[in-house]
Design a protein around this ligand. Structure first.
Ligand SMILES: *Cc1c(COP(=O)(O)O)cnc(C)c1O
Length: 465
């Protein structure tokens, strides 16, 4: 079979055998998919022979680029020892070394602040990291003698994963509406989404009314609340919604006052995405429980951690017969290959000076966004670090959105593909989230292609009206 026949076979077999996530397969099978065969640095090679710029870090997971020698070597070296062994009843070397590194890292990044994160619980992905956090918080209050604290508060537009517990505390209606009857009940506080304030206030005069609304919930229900769960600073899947300064700090304070735990879901924001190692650092707060996943292995392998304080951990200590054990675990918990990749990836932050070199890149992005903001159908541009959202609107004055079924975000993404750039939108929000290791020239090019694609699509759209 020739190379191209082989690639055509792959495309056909994809359509025949694979059910893709978040994908209307009836549309999918009408076109040949882009099949990725290789990667290098910030680029992906496809079966058509072209190299594409990876504008969304292979769905927000890649940090230092594809095929990083240090990570490749770490995984290969671990393969020569053992690929997998369990943490249920045994320890393993890479999981111990990674846990030690992670706690050293949080100690360093949150120095002088309290509480202190001190324990690492492993799982496989962002959703499981969240499930672990929810179950931990729930059981914690039972051990503390306050079993009435069984419920959670989520923030509207929050996304915490696709498992049933994570969906129950999330609220991106587009994704979640179908499964509503399955969810356990949880409270939802208003989203600090200033461009479309659900309390219809103006940021200049509101005095953070959304925070007051959250306090109202706590005043009435804190006896029933185990924890507040939130995505610190950027609600990512909800549309790259960047929070106003002070909101996160305000929530931390309310948690203290009303005696509820704070769970920070940093699955998307963690590992440098916002310009600091953890988003919570921006407001100098530490949660009681933190969930990390996506960037942890440089996008090499599925791995997640839920970090907790001694206060939480100690509540689970007791005699065997007391059944205070945390009854949770997964087959691949603490997988050695994934932990080895994670250790290597953490080291690169220092050898590459990843966070230090981001300042210049963030400035480039902000310049480009300012320019893009002036386009006729761009309603809002927002970023925190290299998490970037561009919200397209039909009418800039009224903020009228494009209708959902017009797929305006996808039109822009497909346009960008003709320029060899891969992006994936969230509804009408164009998402740009390159690997942090992207160089200045490629970053400028990426932002240029985004702008050009928005113009091409929104002008064409206009002529059709
Ligand atoms: C992606 C994401 C998750 C879910 O992670 P998966 O690995 O896809 O299960 C949870 N929380 C946040 C904030 C995320 O962005």
């Amino acid at each position: 079979m020739s190379y191209f026949d082989h690639m055509q076979h792959l495309a056909d077999a994809d359509k025949q055998y694979i059910w893709h996530p978040f994908t209307q397969m009836q549309d999918w099978i009408k076109k040949d998919p882009i099949v990725i065969t290789e990667g290098l640095d910030c680029f992906l090679k496809a079966s058509d022979g072209r190299w594409y710029l990876d504008g969304v870090s292979s769905l927000w997971v890649n940090i230092h680029g594809h095929r990083r020698k240090e990570v490749d070597d770490a995984v290969k070296a671990q393969l020569d020892k053992i690929a997998h062994t369990t943490l249920l009843g045994l320890g393993n070397q890479p999981s111990i070394e990674l846990a030690e590194k992670l706690i050293q890292l949080t100690d360093e990044r949150f120095a002088g602040l309290s509480p202190r994160l001190s324990k690492v619980f492993y799982s496989d992905n962002g959703s499981t990291a969240v499930e672990v956090a929810l179950k931990m918080a729930f059981q914690y209050w039972i051990h503390k003698g306050l079993p009435g604290k069984q419920h959670f508060i989520g923030i509207r537009n929050g996304y915490h994963g696709d498992t049933v517990g994570a969906m129950s505390v999330g609220s991106v209606d587009r994704f979640h509406a179908t499964f509503g009857p399955l969810f356990f009940p949880s409270f939802k506080a208003p989203s600090p989404y200033c461009y479309r304030c659900e309390l219809t206030r103006e940021p200049s005069e509101c005095g953070m009314a959304c925070l007051s609304a959250l306090e109202g919930l706590l005043k009435e229900h804190s006896g029933d609340i185990a924890a507040i769960i939130l995505e610190p600073l950027v609600q990512a899947a909800g549309g790259m919604i960047v929070w106003p300064e002070g909101y996160l700090n305000g929530v931390r304070e309310l948690c203290r006052i009303y005696n509820v735990l704070l769970i920070a879901d940093e699955v998307a924001t963690g590992f440098g995405r916002t310009g600091k190692m953890f988003a919570c650092e921006h407001e100098q707060i530490v949660p009681d429980i933190i969930c990390l996943s996506k960037g942890i292995t440089n996008g090499y392998m599925p791995l997640a951690v839920t970090l907790a304080t001694d206060e939480v951990y100690n509540a689970f200590l007791g005699e065997f017969r007391e059944l205070k054990t945390f009854f949770h675990g997964h087959s691949y918990t603490g997988n050695p290959l994934a932990c080895a990749a994670a250790i290597a990836s953490l080291d690169i932050f220092f050898s590459d000076k990843t966070l230090e070199t981001m300042h210049g890149k963030i400035a480039v992005v902000q310049d480009a966004l300012q320019d893009i903001a002036s386009l006729e159908h761009v309603g809002d541009v927002r970023n925190k670090g290299l998490m970037i959202g561009i919200e397209l609107v039909r009418d800039k004055t009224t903020k009228e959105p494009y209708p959902w079924d017009e797929m305006i975000g996808w039109q822009v993404a497909y346009e960008a593909r003709t320029e060899s750039v891969i992006i994936r939108p969230l509804g009408n929000v164009i998402v740009v989230m390159p690997p942090l290791a992207i160089d200045m020239d490629n970053l400028r090019h990426l932002m240029y292609v985004i702008k050009k694609s928005i113009i091409a699509v929104t002008i064409k759209e206009k002529e059709g009206v």
